[in-house]
Design a protein around this ligand. Structure first.
Ligand code: MG
Length: 376
């Protein structure tokens, strides 16, 4: 590992864990966080959770798991380039989507709507809830007992109301402070990953076309470049050569601009980083192009009628499940029944958010299918 910058997160100066533990032997505190995340149940479930496409729609599309791995890979590259702590970025990126509901954003919206009178549902906050409370693996505490720095990175955004409830971790949202540079990197690595892999998955699915993408500056620039270099190239290779150039351009731009920002602000340590506006950023031009791409994906892919159909069906499944459990919490497994005694809506949201796509579909069938199905 390269020498760590003074403004990076240094594991030996961590603000610590909620429950004191002896320091790890042979690895640093952030590696320990990363290891705990990889061994968690919620992490394994990411394999069967939707990113944009429902898991069973095709074996080649991204799932939350492969998305998280791509975010980690991009994030680590940027961290190393900027002499930030790679293990912390890896831990944050691998954990960032642990709280996602089944069926992607459609699931999040419906669960939030079901929970509107009970504090709402926010996947980002749920990721924190997973690592702080819901994972049950250790004898001495609930959750994974991660370091402050990893938890700070997982909590990307948060309402003022929730921030007040979260104490030390919520403080920055009330004071208008920033998280560590590692957390900022994780956040933008997420954007780079999904914008590019959604172009790839969108083309593969046939929901968007090369012709439509020609209106997107970033795509068209590298598409033209590849065609000039390889005039005979077609199909998947042409797309891959284009998308990999787009990823590279975004990472390079982010590193250059962020290095410049860091040099100008000259933070002496991580607390100086936290006290000012975010320093990890794209150049204004790339920011514009990135926005254009995002808008394109929103209008043409995320709101495609075939995606809408999936979202609509997913919404019905989750709404039905929520109401059935609300009417009778006794339909949930015992662990969640026990939780429901303290806070029924939250226990139901925890149970549903933890489901994979296929588990939610199966659970819906178990509870609502009229036909006799002996195997269920
Ligand atoms: Mg993500």
């Amino acid at each position: 590992m390269l020498e760590l910058a003074p403004y990076a997160a240094h594991p030996e100066r961590s603000r610590g864990r909620r429950y004191a533990e002896a320091p790890p032997a042979g690895r640093n505190e952030f590696q320990r966080d990363r290891d705990r995340i990889i061994h968690s149940t919620a992490f394994r479930r990411l394999e069967y959770k939707t990113q944009v496409f429902v898991n069973h729609e095709g074996d080649l599309f991204r799932t939350r798991l492969t998305h998280s791995l791509e975010v980690a890979q991009i994030g680590r590259g940027i961290a190393r380039n900027l002499a930030l702590h790679e293990d912390l970025v890896e831990a944050i990126t691998l954990a960032h989507d642990l709280g996602h509901t089944p069926f992607g954003h459609a699931g999040q919206e419906v669960l939030n709507e079901c929970m509107k009178d009970y504090g709402g549902f926010e996947h980002n906050l749920q990721s924190l809830r997973v690592v702080d409370e819901l994972e049950q693996k250790y004898a001495a505490f609930d959750g994974l007992n991660l370091t402050f720095e990893t938890r700070e990175g997982i909590l990307k955004h948060c309402s003022r109301e929730n921030a007040r409830r979260l104490g030390e971790l919520g403080e920055r949202f009330l004071k208008g402070h920033s998280p560590s540079l590692e957390a900022q990197v994780a956040n933008l690595a997420d954007e780079i990953a999904y914008n590019n892999h959604d172009v790839d998955d969108g083309l593969r699915s046939g929901l968007i076309t090369l012709e439509q993408l020609s209106q997107v500056t970033l795509f068209q620039r590298y598409f033209d470049q590849v065609r000039t270099l390889y005039p005979a190239l077609t199909g998947r290779r042409l797309i891959h050569e284009t998308v990999r150039r787009m990823i590279n351009a975004q990472i390079t731009d982010l590193c250059t601009q962020s290095r410049r920002n860091i040099q100008e602000a000259a933070p002496c340590d991580i607390d100086a980083v936290r006290a000012q506006a975010p320093l990890i950023a794209f150049s204004p031009t790339m920011q514009q192009e990135q926005l254009e791409l995002k808008r394109f994906l929103r209008d043409n892919l995320y709101r495609h009628y075939r995606v809408n159909r999936m979202s609509n069906k997913a919404g019905r499944i989750l709404r039905d499940l929520f109401h059935a459990f609300f009417d009778d919490p006794g339909l949930m497994p015992e662990e969640f029944q026990a939780r429901a005694k303290f806070d029924k809506p939250r226990a139901i949201a925890d149970y549903i958010a933890g489901m994979t796509d296929r588990y939610a579909i199966l659970e819906h069938r178990r509870l609502f299918a009229v036909e006799y199905q002996p195997s269920l």
